[in-house]
Design a protein around this ligand. Sequence first.
Ligand code: NAP
Ligand code: ZN
Length: 357
Amino acid sequence: MAENSYETEHPVKAFGWAARDTSGALSPFKFSRRETGEKDVQFKVLYCGVCHSDLHQIKNEWGNATYPLVPGHEIVGVVTEVGSKVEKFKVGDKVGVGCLVGSCSKCDNCTGDLENYCPGAVPTYNANGIVTFGGYSDIMVADEHFVLRWPENLPMEAAPLLCAGITTYSPLRYFGLDKPGMHIGVVGLGGLGHMAVKFAKAFGAKVTVISTSASKKVEAIEHLGADSFLISRDQEQMQAAMNTLDGIIDTVSAVHPIMPLLFLLKTNGKLVIVGGPEKPLELPVFPLLMGRKLVAGSGIGGIKETQEMLDFSAKHNIAPDVEIIPVDYINTAMERLVKADVKYRFVLDIGNTLNSA
Ligand code: NAP
Ligand code: ZN
C-alpha cells in the first residue's frame, strides 16, 4: 500500500515514527486512525516505552514485519474522545494500552481473561492481516476492553508496566513464584528483568540476578534491592550457586545456553522463559530429569491481570526505572538497547517532543 493511502485511509490524522525496512531506522510518518467507534476510546499519547520487542520487530528479527511499522506497546495518555457505548472511561481520564488491541472475545482464552493467548489476538502494532500502528505516535484509538485505567498515583512515565511489567508479574503469579521466602533468579537485567526483580521483592522473595554485565552489580543490589548477583559467564560463581533457586524468570533477548540455568534450580524448580531470541534455544534433557525441573514460557498477560498488576504497582509504589528521551533520539536509543546500555527502560516523551511540523 502506498504511504499516501495510510495518510488518507481513515478520517483522523495521526503522526508518528515508522521503520520502513529491515535496517530498522525510524523516521517521521504521517498516517490516519479510525474514527472513534461506539465502543472505542481515543487518547492523546503522552509517553511510550521502548521494548526490546520493538527492536526485534523493526529489524524483522522475528520474520513477520510489515512496513511501514510504527512500534510501541507501552502507551500512556489522556482520553480525548469516547464512543457512545463506552462505559469505563470519560474524556480527561488517564489510560494505557499495552501489547493488545483486539481478540476474538469468544474462545476459551478470551472468556477466561487470557486474551493474550487468543489465536485471534490483535497486537498493538504489526498485526497479521490487518494494519495496526503502535504508540510511537501522537494519538491512539482502541476498543475500551483493551484500555487500562491508569492509577492516579502512578507516574505516567511508568508506561513500561504495560509490557515489561505484566510480562514478569504474570509468570511470577501463575507459576506460584510469588510466595514469601522463595528464592527467585532473574536472568538479564534489562527492561523486563528489572521489573521481575521489583515484583519478586514485593512478593517477599529473595532475588538473585544472573547477568552478563558486571557493571550492573552494585546498582542491582543497592538500588533495585536484589540480594545477590551472579555473572553468568563466571563458572565458579555459577557452580557455587547450584541447586539454590525455586524459580527463574529468563528475560534474555538473544540466544544463550540454558543448561547453566537449569543447574541453578532446586528439585521441582521452574525456568520460565519470557525473552524472545530470534533463534531456538537448545534444551538439554538430563538436567531436567535430574530434579523434575520444568521449562515453561509466558507471553504478556490478560487485560484483567494487567489491570491488577497496575493497581498492585500503584499500591506498592512499584515503577520502572526509566530514561526519558525525546522522539528524535529513538535511533540512538535503539543502538544503545542492542548493547544493553540502558537503566533500565527508555521511554519516549511523546507529549512534549513529537513534532509533526
Ligand atoms: P532488554 O532491556 O534489552 O534486556 C535484555 C537483557 O538481556 C539485557 O539487558 C542483558 O542483560 C541480557 N542480554 C542481552 N543480550 C544477551 C546475550 N547475548 N547473552 C546473555 N544475556 C544477554 O530487553 P527487554 O525489553 O527486557 O526484553 C527482553 C526480551 O523479552 C526480548 O527478547 C523481548 O522481545 C522479550 N519480550 C517478551 C515478552 C513476552 O510476552 N514474553 C514481552 C516483552 C518482551 P544483562 O546485561 O544483565 O546480561
Ligand atoms: Zn514489549
